[in-house]
Design a protein around this ligand. Structure first.
Ligand code: NAP
Ligand code: MG
Length: 490
């Protein structure tokens, strides 16, 4: 009996739905064989390159630059020139026009960018099409609206741009994180050197085409690619006035150490281990959808993922039963197929990290459930996984897995829920499911998390500030709050 047949025997419902393939057109996006570094409005031929791949097939997509310290220096100087020779002094209304243009072009070309995002990152096209792209465009629209209203946003404080912002982003939402970084920086009058993650450089490089189409002045946005070494060079470059970093807590701590005493401004958006708390009066079917969205969205590669499920003891059995039944219906596979719910893991390295933590969960004594699931042969894949019988001390309840793996814990009283939810070094997000409005407010007061969703999960809006407490970092992105890290005040 194969492993798959054995799992099928144990599955709570038959999984016999057959879907016809519904692939999005791969040729919507034209890739080059080789990309340079985008500096001063031009493509600079890089000294060193590496290959970027499609994680769902391991097929090569393009050669991209591994920026050297000298190349980073050229990029920072280009940003400084652009800042001093125009961008910081043009009228704010003009700045807004460029941001509006970028937003509109992203909307017009969103199908193309959605395909690219799924190709290079492994996320389902349904998500890049319906979440990443609309939100990225919305972010530019939102900050375009603030560009000429800074005096109203911060009355009597005389807001001024900082100068050159160095921005370093992760691989889980490549284009969306770029929008979160670039839109407020430009609205506030700064120029930018941005480094996308090593494994997902293509949408940022493709975005340079949008910048040219929008006729953004050369040097206002510079995109340099490469691994962590390139990021470290940006951080320590003396010509950079501010670092905005989204990524792991370890690298965030290293950056904070590096910048101590330099006077450079810093914001950090780091990891998370969010609690999604389900009370016994919650609408259970909706809650189960929220649990699934909370942890399997984007393969769980989400810093605010609801990776710790806290269920009130009296409803533990029906919730787990419904959840397992729902898991059987999740479709794992080709990211470009419109029926796909869970795509490819972003990299071999991330797959190994997930596998290691899942093995630790089994070893420590948690009970694992994985639905029957046929995974493609090539590429990086992980079956959506639920752990029950999890103790708070287990690694799978403490450490960020950043994969499609949920740990289920229980509680009896609201106080116990709060205590368990806050029992983490992180503090980025949380979810609360209950019919009682008063309980939502009481929980929101006590949970130490930057974002708290009530009877929903993973909802984003450019007008709403996002950011963490404790080891999840500091500073806010989104909303009026998101402008502040890019401004000086008198
Ligand atoms: P990461 O290794 O910290 O990488 C983030 C970015 O920093 C990448 O561009 C990376 O380049 C670069 N980098 C690596 N080492 C560096 C160094 N010493 N100095 C400067 N830059 C450096 O994190 P990741 O593995 O890509 O992303 C996953 C993590 O990001 C998770 O922990 C997740 O929670 C967190 N995250 C947080 C948020 C949030 O908003 N709070 C959002 C998304 C992700 P390479 O790509 O070459 O490593
Ligand atoms: Mg990394």
């Amino acid at each position: 009996m194969t492993d798959l047949e054995r799992k099928q025997d144990r599955a709570p419902v038959p999984s016999s739905w057959e879907y016809a393939p519904a692939p999005e057109a791969r040729d919507l996006v034209q890739l080059r064989d080789r990309y340079g570094l985008f500096i001063g409005g031009d493509w600079i031929e890089p000294k060193e390159t590496y290959e970027t791949i499609d994680p769902s097939t391991e097929a090569p997509l393009a050669q991209v630059g591994q920026a050297t310290p000298e190349e980073i220096d050229v990029a920072v100087k280009a940003a400084r020139d652009a800042f001093e020779n125009g961008w910081s002094t043009i009228s704010p209304t003009e700045r807004a026009k460029y941001l509006f243009r970028i937003a509109r072009i992203l909307q017009e070309r969103s199908r193309e960018f959605a395909v690219l995002e799924s190709l290079n990152g492994g996320k389902p096209i349904r998500e890049s099409r319906d979440v990443d792209l609309p939100l990225a465009a919305a972010h530019f629209f939102y900050y375009a609206g603030w560009a000429d209203k800074l005096e109203y946003a911060f009355p009597n404080r005389k807001p001024r741009p900082l100068g050159v912002a160095g921005q370093i982003i992760p691989w889980n939402f490549p284009l969306l994180m770029l929008a979160w970084k670039i839109a407020p920086a430009l609205a506030a009058g700064n120029t930018v050197v941005l480094k996308p993650a090593e494994t997902t450089p293509l949408s940022a490089l493709h975005f340079c085409d949008v910048l040219r189409q929008a006729e953004l002045p050369p040097g206002v946005v510079n995109i340099v690619t490469g691994d962590g070494r390139a990021g470290a060079e940006i951080v320590k470059h003396p010509g950079v006035d501010k670092i905005a970093f989204t990524g792991s807590t370890d690298v965030g701590k290293a950056i904070q150490r590096e910048l101590a005493g330099t006077g450079k401004r810093l914001t950090l958006e780091l990891g998370g281990k969010a609690a999604n708390v389900i009370f016994d009066d919650a609408a259970l079917d909706q809650a189960v959808e929220g649990i699934v969205n909370g942890i399997y969205f984007n393969q769980g590669h989400v810093c605010c993922a609801g990776s710790r499920l806290l269920v009130q003891e009296s409803i533990y059995e029906p919730v787990v039963e419904k959840l397992k039944r729902r898991l059987v219906t999740l479709r794992v596979g080709d990211p470009l197929d419109k029926n796909t719910d869970v795509g490819a893991i972003n990299s071999r390295q991330q797959l190994d990290k997930i596998a290691e933590l899942v093995a630790a969960g089994e070893e420590e004594g948690a009970e694992i459930y994985q639905p029957p699931c046929r995974l493609p042969e090539k590429g990086y894949w992980f079956v959506p996984t639920v752990f029950t019988n999890v103790a708070q001390s287990y690694r799978i309840a403490q450490e960020e897995i950043f994969g499609p793996v949920l740990s289920v814990l229980t509680f009896r009283t609201p106080d116990e829920a709060v205590e368990k939810a806050n029992n983490t070094p992180y503090g980025l997000s949380a979810g609360v499911w209950t019919e009682k409005g008063s309980r939502i407010l009481a929980m929101a007061q006590k949970l130490r998390a930057g974002v708290i969703w009530a009877n929903t999960y993973n909802r984003f809006d450019p007008a709403s500030p996002f950011g963490g407490y404790k080891e999840s970092g500091f500073g806010r992105e989104g909303g009026r709050h998101g402008l502040e890290p890019y401004l000086d005040f008198e």
